[in-house]
Design a protein around this ligand. Structure first.
Ligand code: SAH
Length: 241
């Protein structure tokens, strides 16, 4: 065997080893996701099979920085840069279940962040429109979603308080940052018969997760579910200061 053949052989061996390691990693992550579903989500009462199935499949680690991959499936929120976080897996599951998504729904999300919640919804509904106020986060989420093949998500950089009037009304609206009061413009962009899930309350503490239902006559009913702690939904003028 000459040097050329030998180096080719070594190359092939290295490639086989790398793909074996990658396959092994993928199995490890699949196992961690299974444990996450059982120990963090089912154990706390989420029963919607479609939500559980989608979250068992989506590689949550690919939505965060590689330095955090080892804790990607842990029971808490994780930093995604710019002082923001990706929500705890249980909260993502609980909010998605509360939203009662259906395959024909058009959904508006405020607070794209890493893009993970948008990816979960994208597997369950017709289309997700999502707005992020931090340009770097919005762009990075858009890239991740594209790379992973999500074609039914539209990301926009902008102020979520205004909603997305051109695409309204929405069947469902979800907020993953907490305003101090329910934003009226968003309730106006909800379809009669629609549902909205959002954290509301003072900055950093004392927030409640609300479900808002708009009936077919346009009347709005509000229900409190859990006490929660989300990053604040900021106003555009605060970001410019
Ligand atoms: N859904 C995200 C969690 C994001 S945390 C995920 O799955 O990773 C909340 C996000 O809301 C942050 O990225 C924050 O920058 C964004 N945000 C805060 N105020 C906003 C506003 N007014 N409009 C749009 N996004 C906002």
């Amino acid at each position: 065997m000459n040097v050329r053949q030998l180096s080719k052989l070594i190359g092939i061996a290295c490639l086989a080893l790398t793909s074996q390691i990658a396959g092994q990693d993928e199995n490890d992550y699949r196992h961690l996701r299974k444990k996450m579903i059982e120990n963090q989500i089912v154990s706390r009462g989420v029963t919607d099979e479609s939500v559980l199935s989608v979250m068992s499949d989506i590689p949550r680690h690919l939505f965060i920085d590689e330095s955090q991959w080892s804790i990607a499936y842990s029971d808490g929120p994780l930093p995604i840069g710019h002082g923001q976080t990706i929500s705890q897996p249980y909260i993502v599951a609980f909010m998605t279940e509360l939203l009662q998504p259906d395959s024909h729904h058009v959904v508006l999300e405020i607070g794209t962040g890493s893009g993970y919640q948008a990816a979960v919804l994208a597997k369950l509904v017709h289309h997700v429109f999502t707005i992020e106020i931090v340009p770097e986060l919005g762009r990075s989420a858009q890239k991740t979603l594209k790379r992973l093949g999500y074609e039914n998500v539209s990301v926009r950089i902008g102020d979520g308080y205004k909603g997305w009037p051109k695409e309204a009304p929405f069947d469902r609206i979800i907020l993953t940052a907490a305003p101090e009061e329910v934003p009226k413009a968003l309730v106006d962009q909800l379809k009669p018969g629609g549902r909205m899930v959002l954290p509301v309350g003072p900055r950093w503490w004392g927030q409640d997760l609300l479900v808002i239902e708009k009936d077919l006559t346009g009347e709005v009913i509000e229900k409190k579910t859990l006490p929660v702690r989300f990053v604040p939904m900021v106003h555009e003028k605060e970001r410019k200061n």
